[in-house]
Ligand binder design. Structure first.
Ligand code: HEC
Ligand code: HEC
Ligand code: HEC
Ligand code: HEC
Ligand code: HEC
Length: 315
């Protein structure tokens, strides 16, 4: 009887130990993937939140795309290589260069999303401790050519569209915003005006103002267009003009798509050029939002190849 009791107590103990261990492991791994957990026991966790976790920047960041970059990569439909981490996980570049003996940095050990240290370093001399001047920062990752050729992935084309380059058969045509906006992408994507106070946090009653757009959510908001005396007059109102642009570009896209569908030789250079231009426009928010004049030129070049692409059908 005594033995049976001992055995029972022991097995209950063992069971709860196992359950406890699994629970902590799960907590660790989910925390690691969201990279928001307080202290992750890995040499790769950046740990900025220990000191900066109460700030607007941190709260905003947790609400938007960059904080999901690692999970989306690992759970996404493509084969993940270590090199993908250079843009999808901060720390990769630092650790790949310097390395920590016995701790390889790869898709199995990565813990950070596109987190604070992708853009900031206490060792930097730039304004706001940025690792690169604001105008050069976003374009290091946001480009079509991710260097992952062969993986079958087309990354979005906002940078190429904004700077008006890489299209086929069309001269360079930077968006007028390139000259007007010293901080480029940051100008629109970090403009902040809808900050709403959050409920008091446990530490005192500091109210954190978390924006739904702009700031460290990096989400652009069309209301920014009317800021700073830019598109604020009746004849320059973007809420009126943009839908018109969009309709025009979408109609042209449809025409190019028809040309592509009817093309006879899908290996020809003309086909590749027309398709590249179409994909670039589509890859920028669906209709070439970051540079409408360039989108128009890209599609018009695509249409100009119509005769070459399907000579028989057009005669
Ligand atoms: C270290 C590489 C890197 C840098 C630098 C970077 N991004 Fe990103 N960005 C990403 C990745 C990766 C994603 C995709 C996240 C995902 O999985 O949805 C992304 C997503 C986004 C999105 C979509 C967000 C959403 O909520 O869906 C916007 C907008 C954006 N970035 C803007 C910017 C701007 C503006 C800058 C410069 C201030 C910038 N990014 C700098 C890698 C980067
Ligand atoms: C994708 C790049 C990027 C990431 C990731 C990023 N920042 Fe920033 N951060 C910037 C840029 C760009 C500025 C400067 C904005 C400006 O010049 O208007 C900035 C400014 C700041 C500032 C000063 C001004 C402000 O907005 O409060 C703080 C503090 C800051 N960041 C903290 C953080 C912290 C903490 C994290 C991690 C949660 C983080 N940042 C992640 C790009 C980034
Ligand atoms: C031990 C605490 C501590 C840690 C850890 C820490 N910081 Fe800081 N950070 C500070 C202090 C203190 C300042 C200066 C005061 C201020 O401006 O908030 C500062 C300033 C900054 C600023 C400048 C903000 C501005 O207004 O321009 C940025 C950006 C920043 N840190 C980013 C980071 C990043 C990225 C990490 C992680 C790699 C990090 N910090 C880790 C304490 C810390
Ligand atoms: C040069 C930087 C860079 C490299 C390298 C890179 N990516 Fe990305 N990736 C981005 C950026 C920026 C985004 C967000 C916007 C976009 O789609 O372009 C993104 C988005 C994605 C998305 C869509 C995320 C979502 O919102 O669901 C997937 C999937 C993806 N990348 C997979 C990969 C894979 C797989 C690799 C490696 C073979 C890779 N990426 C390498 C920069 C990069
Ligand atoms: C003139 C202002 C402006 C500039 C400059 C700008 N953007 Fe945008 N961006 C926008 C607007 C507006 C949207 C659309 C947001 C929406 O649909 O709600 C957008 C959309 C995006 C998206 C898609 C976001 C999503 O949620 O899918 C990405 C990624 C992006 N921009 C990256 C960039 C990058 C990188 C740069 C710099 C090369 C840049 N943008 C420059 C205004 C701007």
């Amino acid at each position: 009887m005594k033995q049976a009791f001992l055995f029972l107590t022991l097995s209950v103990l063992m069971c709860s130990l196992v359950v406890f261990k699994i629970a902590t492991l799960q907590a660790e791994s989910t925390g690691a993937q969201e990279s928001t957990s307080e202290t992750i026991k890995t040499p790769f966790a950046e740990g900025c939140n220990k000191c900066h976790g109460d700030e607007d920047a941190y709260k905003e960041w947790t609400q938007a795309g960059h904080s999901h970059a690692l999970v989306n990569l690992l759970e996404g439909p493509y084969e993940v290589k270590t090199s993908c981490l250079s843009c999808h996980s901060s720390g990769y570049t630092i650790f790949a260069e310097r390395g920590i003996p016995g701790h390889p940095y790869n898709e199995k050990t990565a813990v950070n999303a596109v987190a604070c240290s992708s853009c900031h370093s206490h060792a930097s001399k730039e304004e706001h401790l940025l690792v690169l001047p604001a105008k050069k920062l976003c374009v290091t990752c946001h480009k079509m050519d991710c260097g992952c050729a062969g993986a079958g992935i087309v990354h979005q084309s906002q940078t190429e569209m904004f700077l008006g380059r890489e299209g086929a058969g069309v001269k360079r045509m930077p968006s007028p915003h390139v000259r007007a906006m010293k901080k480029r992408c940051v100008h629109c994507h970090m403009a902040k005006k809808d900050a709403t106070p959050q409920p008091p946090l446990s530490k005192g009653d500091n109210q954190i103002k978390v924006a739904k757009h702009g700031g460290h959510t990096f989400k652009a908001d069309f209301s920014t267009c009317g800021n700073a005396g830019c598109h604020d007059s009746a004849d320059n109102d973007m809420t009126v003009k943009l839908p018109l642009y969009r309709a025009e570009i979408e109609a042209k896209m449809q025409e190019v798509k028809t040309v592509l569908n009817n093309a006879e030789d899908k290996d020809s250079q003309a086909y590749k050029d027309a398709k590249l231009n179409y994909d670039m426009v589509k890859g920028d928010s669906g209709y070439g939002l970051h540079n409408i004049p360039y989108a128009r030129a890209l599609l018009e070049h695509g249409l100009s190849l119509k005769l070459q692409l399907s000579p028989a059908k057009d005669q």
